[in-house]
Design a protein around this ligand. Sequence first.
Ligand code: SF4
Ligand code: SF4
Length: 440
Amino acid sequence: MPNQAESDRRRFIRNAGLGLVGAGVLSHGAWSSAQEAAEAEAPDGARIKEFRTLGRTGFKVSDISTGGPLEAGLLRALLDVGVNYIDTAESYGRGASEKVVGEVLKDRDRKSLFISSKLVVKETDTRDTILDRSRQCLERLGTEYLDCMMIHSAPTIAIVKHEGFHEAMRQLKTDGKVRYLGISNHGSQWEEQAETMEQVICGAAADGRFDVMLLVYNFIQQEQGRNALAACREHNIGTTLMKTNPVGGYMGLKQMIEQREKEGQEIPDQYRHILSKLKAVADQADDFIQKNDLNNPAEIRDAAIRFVLSNRDVHTVCVSFRNFDDVDTYVKLSGTALSAPEAKKLSAYRQGCGAIYCRHACGICEANCPRGVPVNTIMRYNHYFEAQGREKYAMAKYAALPTAKGNVCQDCAGHCESACPYGVPVQGLLALAHHRLTLV
Ligand code: SF4
Ligand code: SF4
């Protein structure tokens, strides 16, 4: 008897009109007729409806794509419904994610897919270390070539221009092993006081050697992303987005505060004060949500994705799919447009609830922390746990942080909060993130 994952996968293959395109049996030229057939077979099944040109690579990518740690059955289902851009990295599961992609690639038409992987590049890296690691990536992926090799979370322009990386890439391009170069960035890293996402992406765009960028843009964190996207348009660079739906951050926050309050006896006064401040902001946001008919998270999530898709500087939205239901949820948004009522709701949401959302890729307040707490990084790990359901991954990343963590925020004067231009009660968010990411 098939297990649940296999049943779900079969359902998707059926809904995708036998999965012929994803399996490489049909060429992309035959996509339209395959799509029509699929629609005739399964009117309810979600499938990709729009492909956009990925900048100067010229590759037509599905407007909804996938990335992050991947599971083979889920990835097959995604390819079967037309997703053709896969983002992976050397560091995802220490190569395990690349191996999953490699396993799925075996029975696919390689040329119909755009595969992007990433390497963290350190100052100490050399041409040879990068060459060696790139070859290991190719081996794990079981492919002759990589469409794009990115510098993973490039923290500074200096790393963007890393000589050893560029020498290694020149060699790999000559050998036909790598076609394009890219940069990913989601804000400052714990290692150093890095440049902002906007500075790094715009610097990399001007550098001229990069063809694809993976960056953060969503309806709450708009400014940096919009500017970086415009720089990419100017240089005809392909763009892929991550962290496009920020609403997960609100879910469960009040519950968590109440739970901590119930555990009252061990809570020091200062911490109790931080939590009540956070709860006041959460209550205000909640009140706003109820009064303005914004209490349907699924509706806000769909509008959030349509918001980024409505920006034509965006070529594909990279989603971390957690399960088969997510396939329907996100793929059905392909080729759809943001309606005027949805735009109005998002605008209200941003205005009324924006203060409780620590912006991805921001980190403005970090310079004010006397204890060196990496605010942006901790809040990102919290997002992995809470909004993306990647609990183990988030906790392992948090445990590996060599810096001061959210526990030191409990008895602090909150210097970060006074530096935040958005009025985010981040001290409480950090303290709660610590409990969530350590389960204490
Ligand atoms: S708390 Fe404010 S300043 Fe600090 S990272 Fe979050 S949004 Fe940016
Ligand atoms: S609460 Fe204090 S220790 Fe924590 S990040 Fe803010 S300034 Fe740093």
